[in-house]
Design a protein around this ligand. Sequence first.
Ligand code: ZN
Length: 305
Amino acid sequence: MKIIYLSMLFTIICTVCNTPKTEAKTADYEKYNALIVNGQNNHNWKIGSETMKQILEGSNLFAVNIASSPEKGEDMSNFKPNFSDYDLVVLDYNGDEWCNETKTSFLNYVRNGGGVFILHAADNSFPKWKEYNELIGLGGWGKRNETAGPYVYIDDSGKTIRDNSPGKGGAHGPQHEYIVKTRKPNHPIMKGLPEEWLHAKDELYHGLRGPAENMTILATAYSEKEYKGTGRNEPALMTIKYGKGRIFHTIMGHASERNQAMKCAGFIVTSLRGAEWAASGKVKQRVPKNIPTKTATHLWEDCTE
Ligand code: ZN
């Protein structure tokens, strides 16, 4: 019931406030086909996926289907989404291994030019699946350690550091608002966004580890020691090239009944731009006016455009 209510509420909010208007595709154009994969997660994936579906559909850029896996511990052998039917696969999944056929079909989809969106805890998934870890660039938890790859962060001079020192991969302190800092202002996803903006209360993943090959850090967030962080500029938004495929990875978007991370206009706008880029290699949607500043968060409900 709560999910239905949230869904209705979000629909009303989006209708009243206008989700970002797009010039690239409207109802008159063919939409990108997106598939959200869920079914297992240490997060409330029912709320997270429904919110992401509303975000994508509200843009008029995407038509969205959902593929839900069996529950944890159940037989996964018949879970076989038809990835090749889609322009974008959104992973809101952190759970049991897929069967080999599904893994192969997913990798083929990406290698052949498919788009992938890694949402928050999807980078916790599949710690032992080598290709998956190459594809997400950086991951955390699941006993990841130095064998997964380096810690990667940006130092105060702007240089990307790969730190091979031993230690576990992936952690976060208590949720708080934090500043997201653009590192690649000319990348299509980031073009026109503020240099810095304040994200609504969310988890700030730190100390992720992975191969981080063919990875571009689009934005970082400073992980303050006050919040049990690393004192480093941690990757917050990333792109990864894998074969002909494009992957957009956001550490943001911790879904829960109370949390407003996925209602942050900054999260919504970067997610939509990342989704369009992953699906097509281009970003044609406009940056809305009402996105957060460095000092004030901005929830989508508050927009007045
Ligand atoms: Zn989380």
